[in-house]
Design a protein around this ligand. Structure first.
Ligand code: 8X3
Length: 253
């Protein structure tokens, strides 16, 4: 393990976040895993050993995020922030969408990402060679689709935040990387979106030959962070081969 390679990963209890922790540790990073579910974080730390420490953190909550950031900074330098925490809630048309669903997506995907990024940015810029802010946005932040207005709007916002941060920090020792995945089959993404409805969640992936996996995206994270400090992988868009767009997906039936 290399002391100067210390990363913070949010949303680390499942999906792309947990896979990113594993990929980074395999690549020699020390990782601080952040998420709300302590038992999952503990299991990840038990699995991966000394390279992983963790802090319970709800990025939608100011006090919880500050406490986690304090713990991160007390543990030493931090070179990368990998923003994986995020979710979709609901898939209702604009005409009838739940304001709470929209509010929760903005709180988590936009304001939560902003909150922890702001808090860690000064430390990231002090890392030897410079630091990195990485966001896992989505193809939903490139191409809106029916039923997805709330989620897409939050992901457009997250992408804009990343792009503007990059512009504002030009000349400073920090990179901003945006990875935008298309269809990724994780245990929880669609289940959360459809409020625990297993059937609706599974239907999203029905017949699709090979949706992306969390590990596919984690590999992008690992690779992008592994480039020289002066090389900024500005953005990566990743889709399964079977997906041309959200509404053009090949399915074997
Ligand atoms: C997830 C991609 O296709 O469900 O970020 O909008 S999609």
């Amino acid at each position: 393990m290399n002391d100067s390679k210390r990363a913070v990963v949010t949303g680390a209890s499942s999906g792309i976040g947990a896979a990113s922790v594993r990929a980074l540790v395999a690549d020699g990073w020390a990782v601080v895993a952040l998420a709300r579910r302590e038992e999952r974080l503990k299991a990840l730390a038990d699995e991966l050993g000394d390279a992983v420490s963790y802090a319970v953190c709800d990025i939608t909550d100011e006090a919880s995020t500050q406490a986690a950031v304090d713990q991160v900074l007390a543990g030493g330098q931090v070179k990368a922030l990998v923003n994986c925490a995020g979710a979709a809630f609901g898939k209702d048309p604009v005409a009838t969408a739940s304001l709470d669903d929209w509010r929760n997506m903005y709180e988590l995907n936009v304001l939560g990402t902003l909150r922890i990024t702001q808090k860690l940015l000064p430390a990231l810029k002090q890392a030897p060679g410079g630091g990195t802010v990485l966001v896992i946005s989505s193809t939903a932040g490139i191409e809106p689709y029916e039923g997805g207005a709330g989620y897409c709007a939050s992901k457009f916002a997250e992408k804009v935040m990343a792009r503007v941060l990059r512009l504002e920090q030009i000349g400073e020792p920090v990179r901003v990387i945006d990875i935008a995945p298309g269809m990724v089959h994780t245990d929880e993404f669609s289940l959360k979106r459809f409020g625990g409805d297993e059937q609706r969640a599974q239907a999203v992936y029905a017949g699709v030959p090979s949706p992306l996996t969390a590990e596919d995206i984690a590999e992008c994270v690992r690779w992008a962070l592994g480039q020289p400090d002066t090389v900024d992988i500005d953005s990566i868009v990743v889709r399964p081969r079977a997906e041309g767009s959200y509404t053009k997906v090949y399915r074997e039936h």
